[in-house]
Design a protein. Structure first.
Length: 203
């Protein structure tokens, strides 16, 4: 009986002691949390810190200068006739002078002498097929000279043989250039002029 009472007393004392120790532990933990919270300092800045970056105002580039006007194109000077006969000869009389080696013969001169002065004449090419076959011939042409001295409205009047040399004769005549006829300081158009181109094989 005494043992039971003694054991109960000892159990009560131990239990009380445990409660006291637990209470102390709880109180000490709460105090440490409060101390930690007191040490936290929160600072709020209402004005942002000044930036070291400099603000640059964008300046629009100056307008480009107006384009320079290109120089006025000068009229091309007439080029001298270049012989490209492939080894064949053309007999060409001048308009106002006798025969010269330029690709024309026969009546050759303009229908009305002195009406216009030639300044450039292109020699016709001898067709390859005709040269290979040994064919010779001539082409009579009618044409006009405008106020600028250019040849226009080239037409074949007659040719021998037919349609063999027509194309090259017309092609060459269209490249001719003249000083147009001038009356009272004014250039005039001339129409109905004729010329004959001879195609002959030579050494």
């Amino acid at each position: 009986m005494l043992r039971l009472i003694a054991s109960m007393i000892v159990g009560v004392v131990i239990t009380f002691g445990l409660f006291v120790i637990m209470a102390e532990l709880i109180n000490s933990g709460a105090k440490s949390k409060d101390e930690v919270r007191d040490n936290i300092v929160v600072e709020i800045n209402t004005t942002p810190p000044e930036s070291k970056a400099q603000q640059r105002n964008r300046v629009p580039p100056p307008p480009p200068p107006p384009p320079k006007q290109p120089p006025k194109a000068q009229p091309p000077e007439p080029e001298p006739a270049v012989a490209d006969n492939g080894g064949f000869n053309f007999n060409m009389p001048s308009v106002d002078v006798g025969n010269t080696s330029a690709g024309l013969s026969g009546p050759g001169a303009l229908a009305r002498d002195g009406d216009a002065t030639p300044i450039f004449r292109q020699e016709p090419k001898f067709p390859t097929k005709a040269a290979r076959d040994g064919i010779e011939g001539w082409v009579q042409l009618k044409f006009d000279i405008n106020e600028l001295g250019n040849v226009e409205n080239v037409e074949v009047i007659d040719s021998e043989p037919k349609r063999v040399f027509d194309r090259e004769a017309k092609k060459a005549l269209r490249k001719w250039r003249y000083n147009p006829k001038v009356v009272d300081g004014k250039a005039l158009r001339q129409t109905g002029l004729t010329v004959q181109l001879d195609f002959s094989l030579g050494g």
